[in-house]
Ligand binder design. Structure first.
Ligand SMILES: [Zn+2]
Length: 477
C-alpha cells in the first residue's frame, strides 16, 4: 500500500512500531489507517503522504492490539467469586473437575455472559482472541466485531466426580468422533482469510481424548490446513493419569502420536517434566518443546492463584520455545496476565531478570501472532491489520512516563486503555465499549449469577452449595 493513500492519520506522543527485528518506540509518531489496514507507521514529521482526516491523540501511546492465545469467554464471569481461595484437595485444589455442573446456564444467558467477557477483554486492549469452545455462539463474536479464532471443542470422555474424591472418565468414543466431524465442518466454514472469524481444531484435553481421536485430528488438520489447540500438562491429577495410562508425560504421549508441530498450540504446559511438583524429571518434555516447534498459550493467573506457575516463562523463552499469553477463565484481562507472567517468572526463577515487560509484551503481541502464523497481527507496520490500542499516558497510574511499556505492564494495566480499534473500527472509546451498554450487561450478569448460585445445590451431584464449595471471605451477618 502506498504511504500516500488517503485515510485517517493518528498522531500520538508514542507509537509502538516494528522495525522487522522487533518492536520499537517512536516518539511523536503517526499511524495511517486505510480501510482495515495500516498504511504508514513512523515519525509524524516524516509523513508526507495524503490523508482524509487527522486525529491528534496527544499524550497517548498507540500500540498493537493484544493477541489472546487462550480464553473461555462463554462462562468465564460465573467462576468469579467462587474459584479464588478455594478448591478440592482431592484434585490438588484444581477447579477443573468440580464446580462444573451447577454453572450450566441457558443459551440466552450464555450469550449475555459472553458479551460481558468480550467487553472485559476489549477493555484490556485485546483485539484477537483464541476462543476455546463456544462454537454455537459464533454470532456473538460476529456481533461484537472482534477478531476471533473459534475452537470447537470435542473429546472422547468427560470428567465425573461421583463422590467428590475420585476422578472418573466417562468414555463415549463415538461422541468424540461426532465432535470431530462437526468441528471439521465448522473449520471448513470459517477459514483463515481477510474476515474477522477463523477457526482451528480443538481436541479438548490430552487426558480426555483417545489416541485414535488425536490421530484423526492430526489427519483432518493436515487436510484442512488448519491449526490444532489442546489443553495439556495442566493439572497434577492429569500427570498421574497419563503416567498410569501410558507410562509417559502428556507431552511424550502427544509426541508419540505424531501430534506435535509448529501448527499446534498447547494450553497450558505448566506441569511439564521440569516443574518441581510434577515429579517426572526423567520425561523428555523440554526436548519435545524445543524441537517440535509447538507453541505455548501461557495463562499465568489461573495457576498463580492456585499457588503454582510455569518453570518458567523466562527459561522457555531462552530455550527458543514460542509463548503467547492467554486469559483462560477470569478475569478476562490481558494486561493483568502480562503482569503476572513477568512477576511469576521472576519468582519461579528467583531472578528479577528472568523476564521483562518487553518479553511479556512480545509474547502478548508477536508471540501470539507467530502461533497463529499471522504476520499481519500483533505489530504495527504497513500492510498489517488496523488492530490498535490507544493508551492514555496521562492516566493516574501511568505517570511519570519514561518507559510506557513498563508502566503499562507493571503499574497501570487496563485503567490506561482509552481506545481499541479492530479492523479499522473503534470498539472502545473513552475506556468504554461502543457496541453494548456496559451497565445493562453488568446487571444481567449479576442476575444470571444470582439465579445460578440459588440453584447450585440442586444441580450439583453431591448437593453442595456454593458456600460448601467455597466459603466466603467473611461470614455474612
Ligand atoms: Zn482452557
Amino acid at each position: 500500500m502506498s504511504p500516500s493513500a488517503p485515510g485517517t492519520l493518528y498522531r500520538a506522543r508514542y507509537v509502538v512500531g516494528n522495525s522487522g527485528e522487533g518492536h520499537r518506540i517512536i516518539r511523536d509518531g503517526a499511524v495511517l489507517v486505510v480501510g482495515n489496514s495500516i498504511g504508514y507507521v513512523g515519525r509524524a514529521a516524516d509523513f508526507d503522504g495524503e490523508y482524509d482526516e487527522i486525529i491528534d491523540l496527544g499524550n497517548h501511546m498507540i500500540m498493537p492490539g493484544l493477541v489472546n492465545l487462550h480464553c473461555h469467554t462463554t462462562g468465564a464471569p460465573l467462576s468469579r467469586s467462587l474459584l479464588e481461595d478455594a478448591g478440592n484437595p482431592a484434585f490438588f485444589m484444581s477447579g477443573l473437575y468440580d464446580y462444573g455442573k451447577f454453572r450450566e446456564i441457558s443459551p440466552g444467558d450464555t450469550r449475555e455472559v459472553t458479551r460481558y467477557s468480550i467487553a472485559e477483554l476489549l477493555k484490556s486492549g485485546t483485539t484477537t482472541f483464541v476462543q476455546v469452545g463456544g462454537a454455537d455462539y459464533v454470532d456473538v463474536f460476529e456481533e461484537a466485531g472482534v477478531r476471533a479464532y473459534i475452537v470447537p471443542s470435542y473429546r472422547s470422555a468427560s470428567w465425573e466426580t461421583p463422590d467428590g474424591r475420585k476422578l472418573e472418565y466417562a468414555w463415549d468414543e463415538e461422541a468424540g468422533y461426532r465432535g470431530l466431524e462437526r468441528a471439521v465442518e465448522f473449520v471448513a466454514d470459517h477459514p483463515v482469510d481477510d474476515g474477522l472469524i477463523a477457526s482451528m481444531l480443538g481436541p479438548a484435553q490430552v487426558d480426555t481424548c483417545t489416541p485414535d481421536l488425536l490421530r484423526e485430528t492430526r489427519r483432518a488438520a493436515e487436510e484442512l490446513g488448519c491449526k490444532i489447540h489442546i489443553h495439556t500438562s495442566q493439572a497434577h491429577t492429569e500427570v498421574g493419569v497419563m503416567l498410569s495410562r501410558h507410562g509417559t508425560s502428556s507431552l511424550e504421549f502427544l509426541e508419540s502420536l505424531g501430534m506435535l508441530g509448529p501448527d499446534v498450540i498447547l494450553a497450558h504446559a505448566i506441569l511439564t517434566a521440569n516443574h518441581p511438583d510434577s515429579n517426572i524429571p526423567w520425561c523428555r518434555d523440554e526436548e519435545i518443546l524445543r524441537e517440535s516447534g509447538a507453541h505455548i498459550a501461557h495463562c499465568p493467573w489461573v495457576f498463580g492463584r492456585r499457588g503454582t506457575t510455569m518453570h518458567s516463562f523466562g527459561r522457555y523463552r531462552k530455550m527458543g520455545v514460542n509463548l503467547g499469553i492467554g486469559t483462560d477463565t477470569f478475569p478476562q484481562d490481558m494486561l493483568g496476565e502480562m503482569k503476572w507472567a513477568a512477576i511469576l517468572s521472576k519468582v519461579a526463577d528467583n531472578n528479577p531478570l528472568s523476564t521483562t515487560a518487553a518479553a511479556v509484551f512480545d509474547a502478548a503481541t508477536l508471540g501470539g501472532a507467530r502461533a497463529l502464523d499471522r504476520p499481519d497481527l500483533g505489530r504495527l507496520h504497513p500492510g498489517a491489520k488496523a488492530d490498535m490500542v490507544f493508551v492514555d499516558c496521562g492516566a493516574f497510574e501511568m505517570v511519570p512516563v519514561r518507559d510506557p511499556i513498563r508502566n503499562l505492564v507493571y503499574s497501570a494495566g487496563k485503567s490506561a486503555v482509552d481506545g481499541v480499534m479492530i479492523d479499522g473500527k473503534m470498539l472502545v472509546e473513552g475506556g468504554r465499549v461502543t457496541g453494548w451498554d456496559e451497565e445493562r450487561l453488568a446487571a444481567r450478569v449479576q442476575d444470571i449469577a444470582d439465579d445460578m448460585w440459588a440453584q447450585a445445590a440442586y444441580r450439583d451431584p453431591l448437593g453442595r452449595s456454593p458456600e460448601d464449595l467455597s466459603p466466603p471471605s467473611y461470614p455474612f451477618g
